[in-house]
Design a protein around this ligand. Structure first.
Ligand code: HEC
Length: 103
């Protein structure tokens, strides 16, 4: 009985999320995830010991918000970092606020 109502509640919450179409991204979560999952490798790959430079280098790949989403998703999938879509959205929000500043 209890199980059933929990299921019901999560179903309703899930539908609410989808139908509203708006997920309020959590920039702080994005920042934490970035520190723990992304920074180190970018620091090593750029050879500069700083994981933020990859986003601001003059020949950076990401030129718009769509490309940013694609790239975050690519790094996540290719490297099997196991992030949820919400985590990706948080990372995109953090990177955009901090570095890219797309509208
Ligand atoms: C194991 C290494 C590694 C990890 C971990 C990693 N990345 Fe990357 N990432 C790269 C490399 C290498 C590039 C540069 C690709 C290129 O220049 O073509 C890159 C590029 C990017 C770029 C594009 C930068 C630009 O040019 O504008 C974004 C955005 C990005 N990564 C996001 C992330 C996020 C978010 C995470 C963590 C969830 C992450 N990456 C984790 C290796 C990694």
């Amino acid at each position: 009985m209890l199980k059933k109502s929990i299921l019901k509640i999560s179903l309703i919450a899930g539908i609410g999320l989808v139908s509203s179409g708006v997920y309020a991204a959590d920039v702080n979560n994005g920042k934490t995830l970035h520190q723990s999952k992304c920074y180190q490798c970018h620091a090593e790959k750029s050879g500069l010991g700083n994981g933020d430079i990859i986003y601001t280098r003059s020949d950076r790949k990401v030129k718009d918000i769509q490309r940013l989403k694609t790239q975050v998703s690519m790094c996540n999938t290719q490297l099997r970092l196991d992030l949820f879509p919400e985590d990706e959205a948080d990372l995109v929000a953090y990177l955009n606020q901090q570095f890219y500043k797309f509208k």
